[in-house]
Design a protein around this ligand. Sequence first.
Ligand SMILES: [Zn+2]
Length: 219
Amino acid sequence: MTKSGWKPALPPFRKYKKDMYTKHGLTSSFVYQLGEGDMIRRQSREVPPSEILTSDTQAKIKYLKKCLLKYRRLTGMGRGIAAVQVGIPERFAVIYLPEENRKLLVIINPQIINRAGESLKFPEGCMSEGPLFAPVVRPAWTEFSYLDEQGREQMWTEKDDTLPHRIANRVFQHEIDHMDGIIFLDRAILSELTLDSDPTFYEKASFEEVLPQKTSTKK
Ligand SMILES: [Zn+2]
């Protein structure tokens, strides 16, 4: 019998995946994962404005910032985190905005006031949903009011189509969803679901304009 020249066709990016799954395992020690009790599905409660400056609330905000930075240190990814993801079912989130002066923006009790008519498709992932990516169609921007970490009223009104603002508008919507127990997989195009196995995935991703859905007219 001649020696077989057959070799198994091994999947790509093996070293990257080993490394990435290890890092993901590390982050799950402080970020709740989907299915761990009902934490990720809980409806978060409003933070009473009079409690924002209390030492407890300030300690929770500080902890959430620390968790986001730790996640970023471990994985190099992560643009936002909602308090419920670290076991605090209260309506606040921390967003990483590298282009702004203060890189970490805290939003408390956000209230959406207005949404773009135009929708965009862009892949999302989540710290609580394992190494999965899938495209989600969302309004290009939302305008919302919120309280900052000093309890002052603020507004987010950036609507331009620069990449940093498109990403920020995307992240805000993802995090506000978390406050209502909604995850990106609930809104994702699941036929395009992919595992984090390609290190260039986000380099290749771009915002795609989605035409408004016409209501079907029978011929
Ligand atoms: Zn998320």
